[in-house]
Each structure stands twice: as structure tokens, then as C-alpha cells.
Design a protein around this ligand. Structure first.
Ligand code: GRG
Ligand code: 1GP
Ligand code: MG
Length: 254
């Protein structure tokens, strides 16, 4: 079993270094030419991972997208962040094996997982068992609707802590606090801080992180890896700003 990705994620949490993942939604890749030129803009940036996934994907274009990414950015690991089993590709480097522990939808706690397990067993993908926790980001996002679950409240850290602790006692090794794509309010610093203080596993935070200021706040509260989706689409300079910031803190730590 490969463990390059888990080592990278665990190193972020152990060293206190911060990381960034760019989320590409396959539904948004309409033109290959436009996508290739978008990839060329991040060529020299500090990007720890590319996440690939969406809530509503009907058609599997994931393998084709991975081929394009590997051609343009061969050094950046690609991790599937799937909304469902249709989004599988054996060409990725790993998969967030998400269990939606903030919800009570059995299909997203264990159902999709059973369906995909035989395919994963035959693949070379590194499997990252991840407790996926949706937090209320101020409006109903695609993930809330598609998952038919109620998010955790953004101002009751004890509920998020109890959920993460339960996930950790079940053996989950990574946690993802997500306010949902395009959320007006990202996961609150109180929640990030409270979860991180009780669960030492690598902590991924995403949803509504559309400015450097919000991203710094998430890092400061304890996020090890931030995920940027819509923010990168709307502001082409955001990934560059985050990358420059990460290089600065790396230099000052040496
Ligand atoms: C283990 C396998 C195969 C599947 C896991 C299935 C689970 C637990 C899914 C969780 C619920 C879900 C629908 C997650 C989707 C997460 C995701 C990739 C969201 C990002 O993007 P969008 O929500 O599509 O964003 P836009 O609204 O911006 O398009
Ligand atoms: O698109 P944004 O708001 O950056 O959200 C990213 C991701 O965490 C959503 O699942
Ligand atoms: Mg989508």
C-alpha cells in the first residue's frame, strides 16, 4: 500500500506547515483549450494537491481531466474528492474516502463506499479515510441539498468536536470541515480551533475561502490544508497570493 499522500498530509499537521489544495469541479471543465490555459497559470505555484470532484457530476470526464492535469502539472498529486461512485478514476493518485459523519444519510456514511470498494481494491489509489463534516455556511449549498443532510451549526463548537471525536474513535484519519462550495461564511475559527485542539489528525478546511484574509484566518485557527474552489475561478490571482504567502511562512520557519 502506497502512503506518499498520507505522509504529506501528516507532515503538514506534525510540522505546523500549511498546505493548499485547488479544487477542480469536473462539471466546470467545458473547453479543453480553456482548461489547459488555466492549468498553465498555476505551473510555478506552491500547490500541495489538486482535488477533483463535485456534487452533481453525471458523466465521468474525470479520467480525461486527470490526463490533462498530469500532462501540464506532473508533480502535483491528484486526489479524488467524490460526490458519488460515478466520479471514480484509476488514474488519480488517491481518494478522499469520505464518510459524511455530520449527516445521517446511510448511503453517504457507508453505502457508496461498499459499491466502490471492489474497484478500489483493484486500483493503485491511495485511500484516505476522511471524516467529512458539513458546517452551516450561511446558505444551502449543493452538497447540503444533494446529500439531504443538515449541516453542523457554525457556532456550537461542541457539536463539531463530538462528531470529530466519534469519527476518530471509529478510526478515521483525516477530517474535512466544509462550509460548502461558495458559502458566504466559511467555517468559523472557533470550530476549527475546537476540533483541532481535540483531534490531532490532519485537518482540511474548505468552503467560501475566497480571500487571502479568510484563508489566513483558517490557518491561524488550526487548518492544516485549505481547499480553494470557487475562489480560484472568480479571482485568478487568489492561488498565486496563497502560494506566495505559503512560501513566505516557509522561509521564516527555516
Ligand atoms: C467514497 C465515495 C465513492 C463517495 C463518497 C460519497 C460522499 C460521502 C459524499 C459526500 C457528499 C457530497 C455530495 C460531497 C461532494 C463534495 C464536493 C466534491 C463538493 C464540491 O463541489 P460542488 O458542490 O459541486 O460545488 P459547486 O456548487 O461550486 O459546483
Ligand atoms: O468552492 P469553495 O467555496 O472554495 O469550496 C471548496 C470546497 O470545500 C467545497 O466542497
Ligand atoms: Mg459542482
Amino acid at each position: 500500500m502506497r502512503n506518499d499522500l498520507s505522509n504529506r498530509l501528516k507532515a503538514l499537521a506534525l510540522t505546523g506547515q500549511k498546505g493548499v489544495a485547488w479544487l477542480i469541479d469536473p462539471d466546470d471543465v467545458i473547453s479543453t483549450e480553456k482548461f489547459k490555459s488555466q492549468l498553465s497559470t498555476v505551473e510555478h505555484l506552491h500547490l500541495d494537491f489538486i482535488f477533483l470532484g463535485g456534487s452533481l457530476i453525471q458523466e465521468n470526464t474525470v479520467s480525461m481531466i486527470i490526463k490533462n492535469i498530469k500532462e501540464a502539472l506532473p508533480e502535483i498529486p491528484i486526489i479524488l474528492f467524490p460526490g458519488n461512485v460515478i466520479q471514480f478514476s484509476p488514474l488519480a493518485d488517491g481518494i478522499l474516502f469520505l464518510s459524511l459523519i455530520s449527516g445521517r444519510n446511510p448511503d453517504l456514511l457507508i453505502g457508496q463506499h461498499v459499491s466502490i470498494a471492489p474497484l478500489l481494491e483493484k486500483s493503485n489509489l491511495e485511500i484516505l479515510p476522511t471524516g467529512y463534516m458539513l458546517v452551516d455556511g450561511g446558505h444551502t449549498t449543493s452538497v447540503h441539498y444533494i446529500s439531504q443532510t443538515i449541516p453542523l451549526p457554525n457556532h456550537h463548537p461542541e457539536l463539531s468536536v463530538a462528531t470529530a471525536l466519534a469519527g476518530s474513535y471509529l478510526g478515521l484519519q483525516y477530517f474535512y470541515l466544509d462550509a460548502g462550495s461558495g458559502a458566504p461564511n466559511p467555517v468559523s475559527p472557533e470550530i476549527i480551533k475546537a476540533v483541532k485542539s481535540k483531534v490531532k489528525a490532519p485537518l482540511i478546511v474548505g468552503g467560501g475561502l475566497n480571500s487571502l484574509e479568510k484563508i489566513k484566518m483558517a490557518y491561524q485557527a488550526g487548518a492544516d490544508l485549505v481547499v480553494i474552489g470557487n475562489g480560484a475561478e472568480k479571482s485568478p490571482t487568489l492561488l498565486r497570493e496563497v502560494s506566495a504567502f505559503l512560501n513566505t511562512i516557509k522561509i521564516s520557519a527555516n
